[in-house]
Design a protein around this ligand. Structure first.
Ligand code: NAD
Length: 491
């Protein structure tokens, strides 16, 4: 590990273009989940700090250069941010791994390139955000001659609140489109993982982003609440649990600020008997256990056509048993720790509930004796019923529930019988089956013969209680703009 990594970067708040301490002198500790050791003490943004940051953001939006900068200039800065992320990719990946527990390979080759590409993709949008003209007739004034058009304008002060599972990716999904549309942003990283976002703030400055265009406010739920309740904030862009999403909707009523939500999931991963078994096992494994199962889209309900269930369960168990757990920075590690002791206990509670409710645990669910951090061996359950907690609730940990099915109609009905609707996966060689099921699934993302794909160009988000609206892709432009309809009387 690069020992400068932790000592050289600020652990303060980034407000008004300066690194500052909390006005009340508050701070919190952030940990390395692979060891349980404290990595750093970070300034904590209280309501008073949020108030200062909102004032600076309002000033930056009402009078500052960013919303007034021409689109090509904005594009250059966003592109430069992407370049700087790539230039510092190793350092950012290591920070991400140290603070979140994810394995370095995933941070280096998965998360960080996506972060850079998000800025590049939205750099391209700055010059393509336009309105329309309309051939209006105006029935009550048919002789009127008018020219009517729309323009898309930035919403204003956007607060982005993000979780800990993909800290920089989630930050980039909010920052890049919001900035491309000319907004200013207050970003609150999760309390568990502030470090990489603080480093990103330095890179934003280095890229030439004007002061107060982005401010970073580390802290937990209280910081988030202060942002959501603040009347100077025009929009909340939230990624996190469905439970907190619901609270945010209620709190945002104070000034009816705009709200977009990317929430939890309990994604079905449906494997038909005609799928190639080994590839399906690999996908089931990655779907359930990628990032230690701490993915909103985790394919944790694995529906397997009855005749394939036994061989698939056997192979999945073998694979799960062999996984090498360890600190994410060790290149030999295949699975890192969970984010915290609290999260590990939560997942263990689910494993216990599965056993108590009568499911059969094939492997895992216990702590490795030789590791100090918040590790938990990946678990595979069979003999699972749809109404068991492990089959219904979002676990956010490495727990796979295998459920047999016999017909396509049955699996569609069961896969859709959930309040969530984020993602779904289907494995089959039969194109008709694939189309039929893709049309019938009530999910925002459907993967056929693949799983876990995302791209800056493509919308991400869920049906039902998995959220409102879509992030990334062209749909994100709508999230961060208001439409102004203009009438010009030509008579
Ligand atoms: P969480 O809801 O507890 O916290 C998310 C963020 O909200 C954190 O920054 C937290 O500090 C803040 N927060 C917590 N309570 C708040 C409150 N009352 N008011 C304002 N802010 C508050 O979620 P988590 O445990 O950090 O993350 C896991 C959840 O995130 C899972 O449910 C997962 O599915 C979801 N998630 C969804 C997506 C998606 O794209 N749909 C992506 C990643 C994670």
């Amino acid at each position: 590990m690069n020992t400068r990594l932790l000592s050289s970067h600020p652990k303060k708040m980034w407000i008004g273009g300066k690194w500052v301490d909390s006005v009340e002198g508050k701070s919190f500790q952030t940990y390395n989940p692979a060891t349980g050791e404290v990595l750093a003490e970070v300034s904590q943004a209280t309501a008073a700090d949020v108030d200062l940051a909102v004032k600076a953001a309002r000033e930056a939006f009402d009078k500052g250069p960013w919303p007034r900068m021409n689109p090509a200039e904005k594009a250059k800065i966003l592109w430069k941010i992407a370049d700087l992320i790539e230039k510092n990719i190793e350092e950012l990946a290591q920070l991400e791994t140290l603070n979140s527990g994810k394995i370095i390979r995933e941070a280096r080759y998965g998360d960080l390139p996506m972060v850079a590409e998000n800025f590049r993709y939205f750099a391209g949008w700055t010059t393509k955000i336009f309105g329309e003209t309309f051939p209006t007739t105006t029935p009550y004034a048919p002789k009127a001659q008018t020219f009517t058009y729309t323009v898309r304008e930035p919403i204003g002060v956007v607060a982005g609140i993000v979780p800990w599972n993909f800290p920089l990716q989630m930050a980039a999904w909010k920052l890049a489109p919001a900035l491309a549309c000319g907004n200013v942003v207050l970003l609150k990283p999760a309390e568990q993982t502030p470090l990489s976002t603080l480093r990103l703030a330095e890179l934003l400055e280095e890229a030439g982003l004007p002061p107060s265009t982005v401010q970073v406010l580390p802290g937990g739920p209280e910081t988030g609440k202060a942002l959501v309740l603040h009347k100077g904030v025009d929009k909340i862009s939230f990624t996190g649990s469905t439970e907190v999403g619901r609270e945010i909707v209620k709190m945002s009523a104070s000034n009816l600020k705009r709200v977009s939500l990317e929430l939890g999931g309990k994604s079905p991963h449906i494997i038909f008997a005609d799928a190639d078994l080994d590839t399906a096992v690999k996908s089931a494994y990655m779907g359930a256990f990628y990032n230690q199962g701490q993915c909103c889209c985790a394919g944790s309900r694995i529906f397997v056509e009855k005749k394939t269930l036994e061989p698939l369960a056997e192979k999945l168990m073998e694979r799960a048993k062999k996984v090498r757990l360890g600190p994410g920075l060790d290149p030999n590690t295949q699975m890192g720790p969970l984010i915290s002791e609290e999260q590990r206990k939560r997942v263990e509670d689910y494993v216990e509930s599965g056993k108590k409710e009568g499911a059969k645990l094939l492997c895992g669910g216990d702590r490795p004796a030789d590791l100090k951090g918040y590790f938990l061996k990946p678990s595979v359950f069979v003999e699972v019923q749809d109404e068991m907690r492990i089959a219904k609730e979002e676990i956010f940990g490495p727990v796979a529930a295998l459920l047999p099915f016999e017909s396509i109609e049955e699996v569609i009905q069961r896969a859709n019988a959930t309040p969530y609707g984020l993602a779904a996966g289907v494995w089959t060689k039969d194109i008709k089956k694939a189309f039929k099921i893709t049309q019938a699934l009530r999910a925002g993302i459907v993967w056929v013969n693949t799983f876990n794909c995302a791209d800056p160009t493509f919308p991400w988000g869920g049906y039902k209680q998995s959220g409102w609206d879509r992030e990334t892709g062209s749909e994100a432009i709508r999230l961060y703009t208001e439409t102004k309809a203009v009438w010009i009387d030509l008579n």
